[in-house]
Design a protein around this ligand. Structure first.
Ligand code: CA
Length: 292
């Protein structure tokens, strides 16, 4: 009798557990909205489905310094500006587009590893990889003005005319106040399958979209496809499209090495898009079009 009572108690315990837990789990996973009295099941607004894939056409090819370990790239007033990485070799440089010649350069300290760069309100901002330091320069002279500190890695950098947008090796883009370098909001970016799109890297604002190349996108854990650029909605983080640049520069890309695609620049005045990679010999002006 004692054992029977114990059995009933155990049975009651499991029944009560299954009754209380099941609805809660359903609510979480399916995102049930009962606010208007009806039950509507919706998917997360961040998760994109049927993301279009775009391809490209090379419009122009320019020389690129194959010693430049490209970590940041933007276009301003007819010149390219590039941030290069590697300790002892990092710098910020102003480059003549037609020749690839460096016309102005500011070297970083021996221990600094340059990363993303962008220009906002007459100042150039440059991240460093793992030092937690952002350098600010006068855009005309490249003279250092000040420094900021931040937590975590520094990867890509761009701006929307008001705030800076920064990547840090994860799937989360930080929106940063340029005056204080404080994060004002964050933008998580998810793949079509709802998993985080990790390793989003060099950034560029292009016609209201945020474009980011994905570091080692060929890694099966990331995308399994080399040289992919993600087109992202800067408000929601929703994935708007992919640009497949797999074959853009077969001479430059050696698989299994670090010379990945890593640099997007936009000339808004001329509506020109430029891409290059780490230690690539060439920089390409491309037109992006839907894949057939
Ligand atoms: Ca850029």
């Amino acid at each position: 009798m004692k054992y029977m009572r114990l059995s009933f108690l155990i049975l009651f315990f499991f029944l009560s557990q299954s009754c209380t837990k099941e609805p809660a789990r359903s609510d979480t996973n399916m995102n049930v909205n009962r606010s208007n009295g009806n039950i509507a099941i919706k998917s997360s607004p961040m998760t994109a489905t049927n993301v279009p894939v775009y391809t490209y056409e090379v419009v122009n090819t320019f020389k690129h310094d194959s010693k430049a370990f490209t970590e940041g790239l933007f276009f301003h007033n007819g010149f390219l500006y590039e941030s290069t990485g590697e300790e002892g070799e990092s710098n910020l440089r102003k480059v003549e587009l037609s020749t690839g010649k460096v016309v102005q350069q500011q070297n970083l300290g021996e221990d600094s590893f340059g990363e993303g760069t962008t220009i906002l309100n007459g100042k150039i901002y440059q991240l460093t990889w793992r030092e937690g330091t952002a350098f600010v320069y006068d855009a005309e002279t490249l003279k250092p003005l000040k420094q900021f500190r931040y937590q975590g890695d520094g990867w890509g950098l761009t701006n929307d005319g008001t705030n800076l947008y920064m990547t840090d090796s994860t799937h989360v883009i930080r929106v940063i106040d340029p005056e204080t370098f404080k994060t004002v909001r964050t933008i998580p970016v998810l793949r079509e399958d709802g998993k985080p799109l990790m390793q989003i890297n060099e950034l560029e604002f292009i016609k209201g979209e945020l474009w980011s190349n994905v570091w080692h996108s060929e890694d099966p854990q990331i995308l399994g496809k080399p040289n992919y650029i993600a087109r992202i909605d800067p408000q929601t983080g929703k994935l708007l499209g992919w640009i497949d640049l797999q074959e853009i520069s077969p001479d430059d890309v050696k698989r299994g090495t670090e010379n990945t695609l890593n640099g997007i620049a936009y000339d808004a005045g001329g509506d020109r898009i430029f891409v290059t990679g780490k230690n690539w010999k060439k920089l390409f002006e491309i037109k992006v079009k839907p894949k057939e």
